[in-house]
Design a protein around this ligand. Structure first.
Ligand code: APR
Ligand code: PHB
Length: 394
C-alpha cells in the first residue's frame, strides 16, 4: 500500500543534495525514499554553476555516478582575475600541492544522479505535493504528502531537508529553535548561455569600474558569461547585442577582441545572497545544502557546500545503522556549519573583491584595489584563494 509506507531515511528534495545522499545510502543498504515536488525535466531545466571541488568529485565517484563527470568534465588548474586591464592567473596546482577543480555543469551532474537512482531502482517520487515533515522531535517522525490527489504517509527514522532555500523543511522549524544570518547584495548577475567556443580555457573573474563580469563555460562548445547588473534590471532590458557589448567593455582588451558572441540559448538574472540557518538539525530532521545555506555564486561554493553536508550526513548515518554510534548525528550541525561558514567567508570575500558596490566610499574602493594588488603581490594571499577555491578538507 503506497499510502502508508515505512523507510529508514525520508528525503525531501530531488536536487543534487537529496539525490547524492539517496544514492550513497542506497549503495550501503540504507533504505530511503526521496520526495520531489517537481518533474525530473523541470529540475534538470535549472541552469546552475558546475565548478566541482575534488571532494565533491570523490563523492560522486563513491556514489558510482562519476563516469560522465570524469569523461566529459574539464580539469581546471587555475583561474584568471582581471583588473585594471591586467589579467593574473591563480595557479591552483602549484599553490595547493596539486589540487584542481572539475568544470562540469550541475544540470549534467543532476542528470547523472537521476539516472543512477533509476538504474538502482531507487525510490524517487516526483510531483509529491504538500510534503510535510511531522513529529520531528519524536523518535517516530514521518513525512506526509499527496500524490495524484491521494494522501500518503512515510514513517521513517530520520528526515533530511534537502529541499533548497524555498523548501518546507527549514520553514517547519519553530522560529525560536532556529537562527538565520543573511546578507543581500545590492546587485544581481545577468547570465547568458551561448553555443559558442569559450573565450578562455580557464575562468576569468573581472573587476571593472563598470561592474563585475565572469567568463565561464560548460564545454568547448557551450559558454557561460555573466555581468553584474542593478537589482532593478530585468532580462527584457537586455538584448543579446547589449549584453555582449557590455561584457566586452568589462574585459581586458585582448580578451574582448577574442570573444566569440552568439545567440543566447538561456538568459536570466539571479540575485546574490549570503544566508545561513543554525542549527542544521531539529529533532530527527537534518538540513542539507541550500535548505540551510546560500552563497553568492562568486566563489562557486554553492554545490560544494552541499557536498560536505552530504558527506557528514552519509557517514553519520553509516555509523548509526552499522555501529549504533550516534556521535556523527549529534555532531552533524556543528561540524557542517564549521565548513559552511568558511565557504560563506570565501564567497563574501570574492564578491567584495570583485564587484562595484554602489554605496562604497572612495576609501572602500581604495581598499578593494589594494586587496587586488596585494593578492597579486603575495603568494600567501594567492594560496589562501586557491585552497578555498579547490576545496577545504571535509
Ligand atoms: N517538497 C518537495 N520538494 C521540494 C520542496 C517541497 N516542499 N521544496 C523544494 N523542493 C525541491 C526543489 O524542487 C528542488 O528540486 O527540492 C530541490 C532542492 O534542490 P536545490 O534547490 O538544487 O538545492 P540542493 O539540492 O541543496 O542543491 C544545491 O543547487 O541552488 C544550487 O547553488 C546551489 O549548487 C547548489 C545546489
Ligand atoms: C558558472 O559557470 O555558471 C559559474 C562558474 C563559476 C562561478 C559562478 C558561476 O563562480
Amino acid at each position: 500500500m503506497r499510502n502508508h509506507t515505512r523507510t529508514q531515511v525520508g528525503i525531501i528534495g530531488g536536487g543534487p543534495s537529496g539525490l547524492l545522499l539517496s544514492q550513497l545510502l542506497h549503495l550501503r543498504g540504507i533504505d530511503n525514499i526521496l520526495l520531489e515536488k517537481r518533474a525530473r525535466e523541470y529540475v534538470l531545466g535549472r541552469i546552475r554553476a558546475g565548478v566541482l571541488e575534488h571532494g565533491f568529485a570523490d563523492l560522486m565517484r563513491e556514489a558510482k555516478c562519476g563516469q560522465r563527470m570524469d569523461a566529459e568534465g574539464e580539469i581546471h588548474d587555475g583561474i584568471y582575475i582581471a583588473f585594471d586591464d591586467r589579467r593574473e592567473r591563480v595557479d591552483f596546482k602549484s599553490l595547493t600541492g596539486g589540487n584542481s577543480v572539475i568544470v562540469y555543469g550541475q544540470t549534467e551532474l543532476t542528470r547523472d544522479l537521476y539516472e543512477a537512482r533509476e538504474k538502482m531502482g531507487g525510490d524517487v517520487i516526483h510531483h509529491a505535493e504538500n510534503v510535510t515533515p511531522n513529529d520531528m522531535t519524536s523518535k517516530k517522525p514521518y513525512l506526509s504528502y499527496e500524490f495524484e490527489g491521494e494522501k500518503r504517509r512515510i514513517d521513517c527514522d530520520f528526515i533530511i531537508g534537502a529541499d533548497g532555500f524555498h523548501g518546507v523543511s527549514r520553514a517547519s522549524i519553530p522560529k525560536d529553535r532556529i537562527t538565520e544570518y543573511e546578507r543581500v547584495y545590492p546587485f544581481g548577475w545577468l547570465g547568458v548561455l551561448s553555443k559558442t567556443k569559450p573565450v578562455s580555457p580557464e575562468l576569468i573573474y573581472a573587476n571593472h569600474q563598470r561592474g563585475f563580469s565572469l567568463c565561464s563555460l560548460r564545454s568547448q562548445i557551450l559558454s557561460r558569461y555573466y555581468i553584474q547588473v542593478p537589482l532593478t534590471d530585468r532580462v527584457k532590458d537586455w538584448s543579446d547585442e547589449a549584453f555582449w557589448a557590455e561584457l566586452k567593455r568589462r574585459l581586458p582588451e585582448d580578451v574582448a577582441d577574442a570573444l566569440i558572441t552568439g545567440r543566447s540559448v538561456e538568459k536570466s538574472i539571479a540575485p546574490l545572497r549570503s544566508f545561513v540557518a543554525e542549527p542544521m538539525r531539529y529533532g530527527q530532521m537534518f538540513l542539507a545544502g541550500d535548505a540551510a545555506h546560500i552563497v553568492p555564486p562568486t566563489g562557486a561554493r554553492g554545490l560544494n557546500s552541499a557536498a560536505s553536508d552530504i558527506y557528514y550526513l552519509y557517514h553519520a548515518m553509516l555509523d548509526h545503522y552499522e555501529n549504533g554510534d550516534d556521535r556523527g548525528l549529534d555532531n552533524y550541525s556543528q561540524k557542517a556549519l564549521a565548513r559552511v561558514w568558511k565557504g560563506q567567508r570565501f564567497s563574501w570575500w570574492m564578491t567584495t573583491l570583485l564587484h562595484r558596490f554602489p554605496d562604497n566610499s572612495p576609501f572602500d574602493d581604495q581598499l578593494q584595489q589594494t586587496d587586488l594588488e596585494y593578492l597579486f603581490s603575495s603568494k600567501s594571499a594567492q594560496t589562501s584563494l586557491a585552497e578555498n577555491y579547490v576545496g577545504l578538507p571535509f
